[in-house]
Structures are given as structure tokens and as C-alpha cells.
Design a protein around this ligand. Sequence first.
Ligand code: GLY
Ligand code: MN
Ligand code: MN
Length: 435
Amino acid sequence: MSPREFAKRRKQLMKMMGEGAIAILPSAPVRIRNRDVDYAYRQDSDFLYVTGFEEPESVAALIPGRGHGEYILFCRDKDPIRETWDGRRAGPEGAVNDHGADDAFPVGDIDDILPGMLEQCERVYYTMGVHPEFDKRLMGWVNALRAQVGKGKHTPHEFIVLDHVLHDMRLYKSRAEMTAMKRSARIAADAHVRAMKVCRPGMREYEIEAEFLHEFRRRGTEPSYHPIVGAGENSCILHYTENDNVINDGDLLLIDAGCEYEGYASDITRTFPVNGRFTAPQRAIYELVLAAQEAAIDQIAPGKHCKESHEAAVRVITRGLVKLGILKGKVPALIKSEAYKRFFMHGTGHWLGLDVHDVGDYKVGDEWRLLEPGMVMTVEPGLYIPSGSKGVAKKWWGIGVRIEDDVLVTKQGNEVLTRHVPKEPGEIEQLMEAA
Ligand code: GLY
Ligand code: MN
Ligand code: MN
């Protein structure tokens, strides 16, 4: 993503803040996996959105109207020894020359510099509670100023929740973000196609997971969340991540996997028969979920509210379950009593962006939010009928189906970003047979 994109975002944010304000954004902390091994570092999404800067131990400050530069970056100093061990650092000079900062300082000096900046401001934009360690430091700086009020020090008067403005910005994707999300969707779609092609009865779920990891890494991305690869009974566990069972002939395989490209997530689920042919009960459930998904996608358009897709999916699923004899009763009453929740217990979608479950309010006041061009949602109805389901005929047992696509709201309606992976049962069977 170009430096101009980040500069544009900062400008927009600072315009909303106005003069006399400071926004403070800390980077994500490094997290220990075990002993001296860290988890792979992932930058905080808000920090990344505003700065594009990937290094840990950084703090960004935005001060609209500051004479010496509005965008200040505190980052790790250059250190040849540490860089030999842990990798390159931009250093304050690099932050200015290569990363768009107007002014930069070693993060080790922040205690001496940031309080002075706070003192000049009336309003502080900051997100509390996400990085508790940093919350404490910020409170420490503010309290130190308060303690010196008698000596003429000034303290900010207002603390404003930064994520309220920032998350609203993140909800509307720019052209550059849409391009990144399309790329992310394309790579994940190709990985799903690859999985359909290589899957054979007798493999282990992790062998299929490995196909995703290989496809993601070979194209410069990484998983946007831990892949879910569940065969047979495991397809009925929504967040199954062990991925270590044998994939048996006659089972369905449910895969929920996406990647992250330039920080932007894709999130795709496909379900297909391990041996390449749906059984009649599998196909009946699959076609019902697919009909629900298509009805839900039809509801993704400007002016529709963000829960209309779920409501459409619920109607189709409930009607279908009654038709198949899995639910008994009148459809409107079953919808009202939420009887479908026994088999379809999650929502139909969520915002998608830098985070898989992306930020942004779903309600404005008491009303569901209306969709607008540039928003991206997933559409992911499912049905899960584990073995032993009481009152449900045995032929349905062990069937779990979810179908998930990533959908961009456009001026005309929508664009399914993940359309390159098939979902029609006939298309899936053809693809698997040809492999
Ligand atoms: N992969 C997480 C989700 O579908 O929401
Ligand atoms: Mn999802
Ligand atoms: Mn998913």
C-alpha cells in the first residue's frame, strides 16, 4: 500500500479531531509463546491502519496543526547488535525518510517527550483497554502533569474514545483497500480449489491444512486465522482447529480458511464430499445452505440493513428444515421461537477488513446500520447436525455444512470477492473428478 494512502488516512482523522487535539496509538506488544520464543508478530490493526509501520515498540502521535510536524513516530533506535540478532529497524531517521513520519524520536525517550506534547493539548484521542500496559503509562504521564498543575502545568481536559472515529473510517474501504481485499480473496479462493483437487479419503485433516499454508506462504500471505479443517463429525464443531483426524470416505469436509494480504483478511468456507460425490442427504443439506447463502447475498446492497442477509438466510433455512422433516411446525412460529438455532446457531456474517471480525458498529442508535458502497461483509450460513441429534433421522447425522463468501457492497449491489472457488454441488463434483 502506498505511503500516500496512509497519509490520506491520517489527514482525514486529524481533520475530524481538529486543532488542540492529540491522538495516541501504541503498537501491539510482542507476545511470548513459550520461554524465549515469541508468537509471530502481528501489528495492532488500528496502528497499522494509521501508520503502515510494522515494527513493535512503536507509538504514533497525531497532533493536527503542530508546527514541527503533525505525525510523530516513536520507534526503536538503530542498534547494530540487536539488528544482527532480531532484524532490521527503521530508527527515527528511517521513520521520517521511509515511513512518512514528520518527526520521530527513539521510543526510549518517550517519557521525556510525550508528556510535553500532551501538555499542549486540550483533547486526547485514545483507545482504552486494548493494551493495558500502555494505558497505565499514559495515565502515568497525565497524572504527572496533574501533580504539577500548581506549578503552572496544563493538563488535557477531555479524553475521547479514538476507536469510535477510527473504526468508522475502517468500515469504508478505499480503492487501495478494495484492491488488497480482492487479492486476499483470490489467493484464499485458489487455496480452496487446490484443497478440493488434492483431497482423498484416508488423508489427515492437517495434510489439507498444509495445502493452505503452502498456498498462502508461497504467495506472500499468511493465514488470517487458524484454519478449520473438519471432516465428518468434526464439520459440526464451529471452531474446530485440531485438524488431526483421518478424512474418511463418505464424509463431508468443512474448511474455513483465509489469508491476510497487506494486513487485509479473507475468510472463506467451503464444504465438499471427501470422495468427490455428495450422498443424497449431504446434497439436500448442502443445497439448502447454498439457497440460504444465495438469498442472503441478494440482500447485500446499498440501503439494505446489515441484518437483512441473516433474516433472509433464517427464512430459507427454516423453510427448508421443515420441508426435510428436521423441524416440525409452522415456519413463522419456528422463526419466532428461533427453533432453527439448534442447527444454525451463528450469525450470517460480519464486517471484514484488517481484522477477520472487523471493526465498525452494527447499529446506529437503535437501528441496524444501512449498508453503503465500500463496506465488506461475509455471508456464511450453515447447518450442523451432529450424530446423536435427538428427534432427527439418522441419515442426517454427522452432516455439517457452512458456505462462506466475502462480499463487497458496490453502488449497484454487491461483488462477491471470493467467487473464484466453486460452490454449486455439480461444479464441485466436476472439479474433484477432473483432478
Ligand atoms: N473464520 C471465522 C468466521 O468465519 O467468522
Ligand atoms: Mn466469517
Ligand atoms: Mn470463516
